[in-house]
Design a protein. Structure first.
Length: 223
């Protein structure tokens, strides 16, 4: 995990990776995401104008949400289908500002199981959580990587994961990680720091479902 703090306007630079990566370049480096999905047009409250990075790969969505979880769900529903379809990770922060919650998003490169997130920090806003996706279908991508769990513990914040099955999980700093033997028995790399996380539920105790590539395609066909 890399963390870099820039000068004003404050930007947080983070890197994360999946539990077990594919070789870089295994998919064509094509993208249909940046132009449309990162072009937020909503009017923002004072201090939270829509912000895009110079390279167009990171942005702050100025639409407010009532809770941390609402912001996480909005981010995951918007980008998990693209993540699965293009086999690219997305990552961002959940910001609290003026009693409302917002998400940022950065997109990774196809097939590389890695993403660098540039998180803009407007004045009076603070990071309360991180969220990310893990790309296309693969059993190992249903787990939090050692880099994921290190980030959560280093910042003392929850880290959410949306995967190709539509599950939403969270890893918090006090959660257990797998031992190297447990990881090996699950077909993962034999190292410390990997984790299953916990399923996130709604107020009725039902597991929250996040949109997948198939569900996105069905919705698009019906419009």
């Amino acid at each position: 995990m890399k963390v870099v703090r820039a000068t004003v306007p404050a930007v947080l630079l983070l890197s994360a990776a999946a539990a077990q990566g594919n070789a870089a370049g295994c998919l064509p480096a094509t993208s249909v995401v940046p132009g449309a999905a990162l072009a937020f047009q909503r009017t923002a409250p004072p201090g939270l104008q829509a912000v895009r990075s110079r390279d167009g790969r990171s942005a702050l969505n100025p639409r407010p949400h009532a809770s941390e979880l609402d912001a996480v769900r909005a981010a995951a529903d918007a980008f998990n289908p693209h993540s699965i379809r293009d086999d690219r990770e997305f990552m961002g922060g959940i910001l609290r500002h003026g009693g409302r919650f917002y998400y940022t998003v950065s997109l990774g490169h196809p097939g590389q199981d890695r993403v660098t997130a540039r998180i803009p920090l407007p004045r009076h806003a603070r990071i309360v959580a991180f969220w990310h996706t893990h790309g296309a279908e693969a059993d190992d991508r249903r787990y939090f990587s050692d880099i994921d769990t290190e980030l959560a513990r280093a910042w003392g914040l929850p880290f959410y994961l949306a995967d190709h099955t539509g599950e939403l999980k969270v890893f918090t700093p006090g959660d257990a990680t797998l031992s190297p033997v447990e990881a090996r028995d699950r077909g993962l790399p034999e190292r410390t720091g990997l984790a299953t996380g916990r399923l996130v539920s709604n107020i009725h105790g039902e597991p929250i479902r996040i949109r997948t590539a198939d569900e996105f395609a069905v919705a698009q066909a019906g419009t």
